[in-house]
Structures are given as C-alpha cells and as structure tokens.
Design a protein around this ligand. Structure first.
Ligand code: GUN
Length: 295
C-alpha cells in the first residue's frame, strides 16, 4: 500500500486579504471619527523590474484599504547625500505617517546609512536598529515586516512554536536575523540559524520541526533535507526569467515545493505564501504608526 500524506497549504494570500479587510475597517472607523487617514510614502530609486513590481503591489494594497500614498521616484544616479536629505524631509513631513525606501539601492548608496536616517516611528518596514532591537523588549514597536508576517501566518494557522525546534536558513538583517529573534522571544521556540558558513546544511534542516528558509536560491531545499511532518515556510522570492513564463519571468521560492510538500504537515507556496504577508504587515505597521503619531 502506498502511503499518502496530506498537508495543509498555508494560504498567505487569504490571510493577507483578511488582514487587509481588518485594516480597511479600522481606516473607515478613523474616517468616521474625523481622525487622520494613514499616509504611506514609498521611495524608489532606479528602475529595477522586481522592485517596480513590489512597489506596484504596495500601492495597490494602499488603495485597497483606503490609505493615502505618495510615490517618490529618483534616478539611480541620485547621490547618497541627496537621498538622505530627502529622507530627512519626509521624516519632518507631518502628513506622512510612515515610509519605506525600497531595496536594493544602487551600489554607491549605503543601505545602512539610508536605513538609519529613517525616523524609527515612521519606519514601517521595521528596518532601523531601534525597531530591530525592540523585538527583544517587552514593548515591540514597528516589527520587521516580513518576519512579522511569518509569525502572523503561524499564529493564524494555530501552529505551535513553543518548545519546537525552528531552523531558520538565512541570517539576513531584514529577514532571517529578526525572524530568529521573534521565534525565540514571541514564539518560545528553540532556534537554530543556518547561513552561508554553515557546514552540512541538511543535518540541521532535517532536525527542524519548523523549517523557515530565506536565502534566495530557488530549489535549495530538497525533499531529503526535510523531516517527515515538518512545517515548511518558504520566504525565498527570486525573480527567474525565461520564455516559458507568460510574463517572461516568475517568482520562485527556495523550496522544491513539488517534492517537499508531501513530506510536510504545513507548507507555504511561492507565490501566495509569505509574499502577500509582507505587504499586509507593511499596512499593519503604517496603521500602527498613524495611531501612535495621531491617536
Ligand atoms: N526589497 C525586497 N523586500 C523589501 C521590503 O520588504 N522592503 C523594502 N523596503 N525593500 C524590499
């Protein structure tokens, strides 16, 4: 007899849509009460195709919940000094409750200097050191958007993290590192972080009750690397180009979904898993920033 495994697909699109509805409701209530409508500004430097797609989706999301938004575009030749000055200007613009600088930036601009210039109470990506550090405080401020989205997915699917072994692959400043802190602090999980210096990655991934992968290497995680019954969260979003895709490109995760899914208890697809949650978290943070600045 062949064993058939059933797994639950974690529908990030649906959860994100529920969160957007909750936010739209809160915006409507603020409007009714004559309170300030949240206003998100998006700074985009250059014309990277993937960034353009992400930003388009963020604008669409703002419209769908009734936020005000402003797109601020700059050529990739803008100097760091000019960009920092512009950020200061937005920091001091009382009409803007929150803003983001879409990454990546051109190589002549320091991501760290740009990020640290953002006022932490308007940092709705949750990228500043202040917000990053607040994860381990008793009062988290604006949470890093993607890891917060992952935690929210686990929570809404009632996936227990307490006492579980969570293995995070990828230690980036914007995803892997804050996610590992959230899993420890908020999820009470036992966390292992793997990164590019990890030897024999599979030894670690096979030990995971919950495997979370944020590397950006399509197909990195194969079926042999996953424990039977594990929860798998794929945070990879790589734009792969090819004539076989109707748009000329497709977004691919880090997990070989077809081979891995039957071994899991829960798994996120790409697209439609973690991706939409990043945007939902961005909206959530923007509403929070508005509530804090304009109660
Ligand atoms: N580039 C890829 N993901 C993100 C994100 O969540 N925020 C920003 N600002 N840039 C990104």
């Amino acid at each position: 007899m062949t064993e058939t495994t059933t797994y639950t697909l974690i529908d990030g699109k649906k959860v994100a849509s529920d969160i957007k509805e909750e936010i739209a409701q809160k915006v409507a209530e603020r409007k009714q009460a004559g309170k300030k409508i949240p206003h998100l500004a998006i700074i985009l430097v250059g014309d990277d195709g993937a960034s353009q797609t992400y930003v388009d989706n963020k604008v669409k999301a703002c419209k769908s919940v009734g936020f005000h938004y402003t797109m601020m575009r700059f050529a990739d030749t803008i100097s760091e000094e000019k960009l920092l000055k512009h950020i200061d200007h937005v920091n001091n613009d009382d009409d803007v409750d929150g803003f983001i600088v879409q990454l990546p930036l051109p190589p002549h601009i320091s991501v760290e200097r740009v990020t640290e210039k953002i006022r932490s109470d308007k940092d709705v990506d949750g990228f500043t050191n202040h917000n990053f550090g607040s994860i381990i405080s008793k009062k988290p401020l604006l949470m890093p958007a993607t890891p917060f989205g992952v935690m929210e997915l686990l929570r809404r699917y009632n996936i227990e993290t307490e006492g579980k072994h969570a293995v995070v692959v990828g230690a980036s400043r914007i995803t892997g590192a804050p996610l590992s802190m959230m899993l420890t602090e908020l999820g009470h999980a036992t966390v292992t972080i793997c990164h590019k210096y990890t030897k024999d990655l599979a030894t670690f991934t096979r030990a995971a009750d919950i495997l979370l992968v944020a590397v950006g290497k399509p197909g990195l995680i194969t079926a042999e690397m996953v424990k039977e019954g594990a929860v798998v969260v794929d945070i990879g979003t790589t734009r792969v180009e090819g004539p076989q895709y109707p748009k000329g490109w497709a977004i691919k995760g880090d997990v070989d979904f077809k081979a891995v899914a039957p071994k899991t208890s829960y798994i996120t697809p790409v697209p439609g898993g973690v991706g939409p949650m990043t945007i939902a978290s961005l909206l959530f943070n923007t509403l929070r920033a508005t509530e804090l600045q304009n109660p």
